[in-house]
Design a binder for this molecule. Structure first.
Ligand code: ADP
Length: 739
């Protein structure tokens, strides 16, 4: 009786063991996990049947239990073979044989289950060898040997695949197949022992549990861990960085191939006083750190090698220090390229500088003769009423002004590129800004028979704070494009503002036209420099492709944004949003636009026969132009062609205004002005700078230097008269026309 109980207990423990393993197997994602799980389920059936056999007290239950036992062996082997095929990577073979073998196994199991009727497999007899205990045993008939043959064929097939894999693979991979093969052979050996020794009960089923457990540990834990360790070891050795490991007592315990070859590290002799460890620790100490990253240089022959070395403490899972390591990265190539990039940057900077200087010089060189051309042309316009000559001179004026605006664009762009464009914030009246735009574009629009509508939200603040010069430039660029690219219809400029915080508002300008429009595909390139769209169609329209690029840069510089919405053939709308300060929040009210006064011919705006001014310019032709421009104002004019001459005339004569050219040989305008001021000559006389380098933002620069204003060359007669009215003593000025 006790023997039976022991059998039952051992078998039950085996079942529990298998159940635990099956549970663990739920985490196994690989396809072979499913086959291994099925194997273990079949093993549970086999062991349960064995328990039933051991605890049977009549022949019938024993026979049924034997049937279940023999059939379950079929399925154990079937699933085991499936596992072996998948585990050894023979998926294709498994797909081919799995169904036919399952059919054979199912037929065999069915035949076993009808054994109680025909006794083809075995007959049951009582074994009373142990006194007092009855064991039911089997005497085998012919079909049982067929069953055995089928089972062994499947088993041998599985073993063959394993052996094949063992032959083909190497190292750890060979080891993992060898372990599984040994486990399987052990089970077969136990089974054979049971049959040849005709043991009372088949104890080999217990080995199914042991086998399952071993296979599980082998495939899922032992082999992957070994593989990982070996692979990590190899990978670390192959790293293109150096690794030197120290234990807690600062004994060197590992150095990878990089560290060994570059720094000659030998773990037996290497310690913290050897290079590179010593220098790295010293420089970390200097920076007040124990661990961290630092750079390290080593001379190898004529080459200086640059490294970056990180020294880190090695911690265990609970955060306790278990050692430290140096991680060394070779940065020689990087440093080399950085030097190259730096050299290239310096060269590019120099080239850019040369370009900027060239552009500034070129601008000066072009502006100087242009100054004379436009000035003299103005004289022609003033001195004749002959319509043909006025038409010719008018064309010279238009072309000259276009040329001037092109030079301005190129200069602005080069200044933006060089990062030298500055913003100057002032308080301004938005209505004033819109009036400027209207006056500037009303004439060109009506010359093309286009309407120009300017609408302004009444509630917009009366005075804003912002960079009005650049905002005007932005609006001017977009409006001039709108008029340029529109053949019929017209252009509308809408201005509104919405508050975005205390004393902050966002100025929204919408410029819509009924022009050619822009293809959607072209919009991404619209703001690229030197990019013109529809070049063929627009060939007759003058442009450099710089206007929108400059506009975009200016909007970005002012922290705003610009969007385009366009439909080809219908028109385009450019929307610009610019954050502005509020200087006076009262609503600006209705916008009143004043139309440009279309002068048929020139008329001086003032006369000042008692005023005396000094004009200084090294080019006599320029002096002649200014004198001619001011002739009708009756102002008394003295001229000087150099800084020194100006200083000497200032010594004995007091002027009401001095116009001083910026660029002059020897003493330039700024030096001359400084000397006049230092010597206390012409105390408090306003000095106006004449400049050919009319870049945006220069006005503020000149004001900072003490100038009262500036005039850009070629000198515009209106601007010249306007500034003189402002600066000449009021009592000496007699206004003759409204400016
Ligand atoms: P451009 O000097 O050629 O006018 P821009 O940078 O000002 O240079 O404009 C770039 C291109 O964008 C122009 O060549 C033109 O094809 C297109 N473009 C700009 N504004 C408009 C508009 N309002 N309607 C149609 N096309 C426009």
């Amino acid at each position: 009786m006790l023997t039976k109980i022991i059998y039952v207990i051992i078998d039950s423990v085996a079942i529990v063991d298998i159940i635990i393993i099956i549970n663990a197997m739920y985490g196994v994602g690989a396809a072979y996990g499913k086959w291994l799980k099925h194997t273990l389920v079949a093993a549970i059936v086999a062991i349960s049947s064995n328990i039933l056999i051991a605890s049977s007290f009549n022949a019938f239950t024993a026979e049924i239990a034997y049937c279940a036992y023999f059939a379950s062996i079929d399925w154990i082997l079937y699933f085991l073979a499936g596992f072996c095929l998948l585990y050894t990577g023979h998926d294709k073979a498994l797909r081919k044989v799995s169904i036919p073998v399952a059919v054979v196994m199912a037929t065999d199991s069915l035949l076993i289950f009808i054994n109680p009727l025909f006794k083809w497999h075995f007959t049951i007899y009582e074994n009373t060898a142990t006194p007092g205990v009855i064991f039911y045993q089997t005497a085998f008939n012919y079909l049982y040997y067929v069953h055995l043959a089928i089972d062994y064929t499947v088993l041998v097939m599985a073993l063959l695949f394993l052996i094949l894999k063992i032959i083909k693979s190497y190292d750890m991979y060979r080891m993992k197949y060898l372990i599984i093969l040994s486990v399987l052979l052990l089970v077969i050996f136990m089974n054979l022992a049971y049959m040849t020794l005709s043991l009372v009960l088949d104890a080999s089923v217990i080995f199914y549990a042991v086998a399952g457990t071993l296979i599980y540990f082998c495939t899922e834990i032992f082999v992957p861990r070994r593989l990982m360790n070996t692979s990590v070891g190899r990978a670390v050795d192959d790293m293109i960085e150096g690794l030197i490991l120290f234990d807690i007592s600062n004994n060197c315990i590992y150095a990878n191939a990089f560290a060994r070859s570059r720094f000659g590290v030998n773990i037996k002799t290497f310690d913290l006083s050897c290079e590179p460890a010593a220098s790295v620790l010293a420089s970390l100490k200097e920076e007040g750190r124990q661990f961290g990253e630092t750079s390290y240089e080593k001379t190898s022959g004529s080459v200086i090698e640059h490294y970056s070395v990180r020294y880190t403490s090695l911690l265990d899972k609970r955060g306790r220090s278990i050692g430290s390591y140096f991680l060394i990265q070779d940065r020689t190539e990087e440093v080399f390229y950085l030097h190259e990039i730096e050299d290239a940057r310096i060269n590019a900077d120099n080239a850019n500088q040369a370009k900027s200087t060239f552009l500034a010089n070129m601008s000066h060189e072009i502006r100087t003769p242009l100054n004379s051309v436009l000035g003299m042309n103005e004289m022609i316009l003033r001195s004749t009423d002959d319509p043909l000559i006025r038409e010719y001179a008018g064309s010279i004026k238009t072309s000259g002004e276009t040329l001037l605006s092109l030079i301005n664009d190129i200069l602005d762009f080069s200044k933006i590129e060089a990062g030298r464009m500055e913003t100057v914030e002032t308080d301004y009246d938005p209505h004033h800004l819109l009036n400027d735009c209207y006056q500037f574009f009303e004439q060109p629009a009506s010359a093309k028979d286009l309407y120009l509508h300017i609408n302004c939200d009444k509630s917009i603040p009366r005075r804003l704070t912002g960079d009005m010069t650049h905002i005007r430039q932005i609006l001017t660029n977009i409006l001039s494009n709108a008029i340029k690219y529109t053949k019929e219809g017209g252009v509308t400029l809408k201005i509104s503002a919405r508050n975005i915080g205390t004393n902050r508002t966002e100025l929204v300008a919408e410029i819509s036209d009924t022009g050619a429009g822009i293809d959607e595909a072209d919009i991404p390139y619209l703001f690229d420099a030197f990019k013109r769209i529809n070049e063929k169609e627009n060939a007759a329209i003058q442009g450099t492709g710089l206007g929108l690029a400059i506009t975009h840069e200016l909007v970005t510089m002012l922290h705003g944004s610009i969007y385009v919405d366009s439909t080809p053939g219908v028109g385009s709308t450019f929307t610009i949003m610019l954050p502005q300060g509020i200087a006076d929040p009262a609503p600006a009210g209705e916008l009143v636009l004043s139309k440009t006064y279309d002068e048929p011919s020139y008329k001086e705006s003032f006369r000042a026969p008692d005023a005396r001014i000094l004009i200084v310019d090294d080019v006599p032709l320029n002096l002649k132009v200014v004198c001619a421009l001011l002739r009708k104002t009756l102002v008394n004019i003295d001229t000087a062609t150099s800084g020194d001459e100006a200083i000497s005339v200032c010594a004995y004569r007091k002027y009401d205004v001095i116009l001083l050219d910026h660029r002059m040989p020897k003493k330039d305008g700024i030096e001359t002005f400084r000397e006049i001021s230092e010597k206390g000559l012409n105390y408090k006389t306003p000095v106006v700078m004449l400049t050919a380098n009319a870049l945006n933002g220069v006005e503020e620069e000149y004001r900072k230097l003490g100038f009262s204003g500036y005039l850009s060359k070629p000198i515009d007669v209106h601007a010249l008269e306007e500034i003189l009215i402002k600066l000449l003593p009021k009592e000496k000025v007699e206004l003759t026309a409204i400016l």
